[in-house]
Design a protein around this ligand. Structure first.
Ligand SMILES: NC(=O)c1ccc[n+]([C@@H]2O[C@H](COP(=O)([O-])OP(=O)(O)OC[C@H]3O[C@@H](n4cnc5c(N)ncnc54)[C@H](OP(=O)(O)O)[C@@H]3O)[C@@H](O)[C@H]2O)c1
Length: 238
């Protein structure tokens, strides 16, 4: 594929930012979305990307991001549904607002990406959906019930989409393990919980570039090669 056009959600930090930088370095035209305008603009400036403030909870925002890619570059080759939030807490917390947020961003946000990109891919006869899920959905541990549930819902819809896709459409689910990003800090949890999570992240976390390379690998394979699942975790992760 000559200079593919790739939309990345959640591109203002962490894995999304690392993916934008890596793909741009390799000549990919990236189109970036996230909510924090300043951070997003900084990544866009560094990567020569176009960007749009996007809240993936809003279907019209994600549709506008895909429109921006098509208007700017005339096509869309890949959407990386990466935006995500994580609240690690037992179900006994009954923090339904946090549950709703994880469902809205991690699951509904991905569905909004599919709804925006799929018609473009169908029109073109080709396209690639990359969904960032998590090892949290592979090894279920206490405290991550809702987070893991949203990620496994996306794993499920990725497989269904793959089966429905027919030739021409590729679907990849990438499962990062513990990766050094702003995910823990962004959760807005109490300082002690954030400090604990951050310590663990700093101890064993792998750099976001490791996940970016996995995403770039899936995208870079020939069109007839559909990389279904990639799991990338720290060697030290149990
Ligand atoms: N770090 C890990 O250990 C790990 C492990 C497994 C999976 N993951 C997954 O990797 C993905 C990226 O997270 P990260 O680790 O790179 O954390 P991060 O640095 O906090 O990045 C999360 C990104 O998502 C964006 N985002 C959050 N809510 C959004 C919304 N409503 N609309 C649009 N963008 C939104 C954030 O940007 P704004 O705040 O600017 O909107 C940010 O760019 C997530 O899906 C996460 O679940 C991470």
């Amino acid at each position: 594929m000559d200079q593919p056009v790739v939309v990345i959600t959640g591109a203002s930090s962490g894995i999304g930012e690392a993916t934008a930088r890596l793909l741009a370095d390799r000549g990919t035209r990236v189109v970036l979305g996230a909510r924090r305008a300043e951070r997003l603009d900084a990544v866009a400036a560094a990567t020569g990307a176009v960007a749009r403030v996007t809240d993936v909870r809003r279907r019209e925002d994600v549709a506008a991001l895909v429109d921006l890619a098509v208007e700017t570059h005339g096509r869309l080759d890949v959407i990386v549904n990466n935006a995500g939030v994580a609240h690690v807490e037992p179900l006994d917390s009954l923090d339904v607002d946090h549950w709703d947020e994880m469902i809205d961003v991690n699951l509904r946000g991905v569905l909004h990406g599919v709804a925006a990109a799929l018609p473009v891919f169908r029109r073109q006869g080709a396209g690639h959906v990359v969904n960032v899920v998590s090892t949290s959905g592979l090894r279920i541990v206490p405290g991550q019930a809702v987070y893991a549930a949203t990620k496994n819902a996306v794993r499920t819809l990725s497989e269904a989409l793959r089966q429905e896709a027919g030739p021409g459409l590729r679907v990849t689910a990438v499962s990062p393990g513990m990766t050094v990003t702003e995910l823990v800090a962004a959760s807005g949890a109490d300082p002690e919980t954030v400090a604990q999570g951050q310590t663990r992240m700093d101890e064993i976390g792998i750099p976001a570039e490791a996940i970016a390379r996995a995403i770039a690998f899936a995208i870079g394979e020939p069109a007839a090669v559909d990389v279904g699942e990639i799991v990338v975790r720290p060697t030290a992760q149990g």
